[in-house]
Design a protein around this ligand. Structure first.
Ligand SMILES: [Zn+2]
Length: 205
């Protein structure tokens, strides 16, 4: 079963983390994981510009290190950068020390204390130690499944239009793999929700 909308019981497991923003105002928080990625990041930035939309980019340290120019472009456009670890480690399968070191390494290239765990997976101990080190963990409330090439993109668009609500933190991917779906899904989300009077903002600090 695919969970597009995260259930409340799951959110309660990590009460110190952000799973969405409580608001009745028509605001959505787009987030892009795994970038920056040559050509794709530029494409995303251009799409966002057309709608005066701001977003948060949870970048991989290894990509931030390799593509500093793309990082500068993200920041120059007024978007927010988050840390998505150095090597996309799965916290549940990693030792706590190694996991934290990987996040700290990525912080050197992303210069931020906003953190999104790869796969949304981390141990309570890792979560608590990151908090102690000054990191704010950001999960999401709506997973777009843009990376899942087994789902027809029309279905992803339909789900997004039906299920996304004010205050949702939406996950999309700044990666080659997801681009097949994301190139259709992002413009649909931007157009549909702009017409309904929604604004797109970076996660508030
Ligand atoms: Zn990721």
């Amino acid at each position: 079963m695919r969970i597009f909308k995260y259930p409340k019981w799951l959110r309660r497991l990590y009460p110190d983390s952000i799973w969405g923003i409580f608001t009745s105002n028509p605001i959505l928080y787009l987030t892009f994981d795994d970038g920056p990625c040559p050509e794709i990041t530029d494409w995303i930035l251009q799409e966002l510009r057309q709608y005066n939309a701001k977003a948060t980019f949870f970048c991989l340290g290894k990509n931030s290190k390799n593509y500093p120019l793309l990082m500068s472009k993200i920041i120059a456009d007024g978007h927010l950068v988050g840390n998505h670890s150095m090597r996309h480690l799965n916290g549940r399968k990693s030792g706590t020390k190694a996991f934290l070191a990987d996040v700290e390494e990525a912080a050197r290239y992303t210069s931020t204390t906003l953190f999104r765990p790869p796969y949304g997976k981390l141990k309570f101990k890792q979560h608590n130690l990151l908090k102690k080190a000054g990191y704010q963990t950001i999960f999401w409330s709506y997973l777009s499944y843009d990376f899942d090439l087994k789902i027809p993109v029309e279905k992803l668009v339909e789900q997004a239009k039906k299920k996304i609500k004010a205050g949702d933190i939406i996950v999309l991917h700044d990666s080659e793999k997801a681009f097949v779906n994301m190139r259709v899904l992002l413009p649909e989300i931007l157009t549909y929700f702009s017409e309904k009077g929604f604004q797109f903002k970076a996660i508030p600090r």
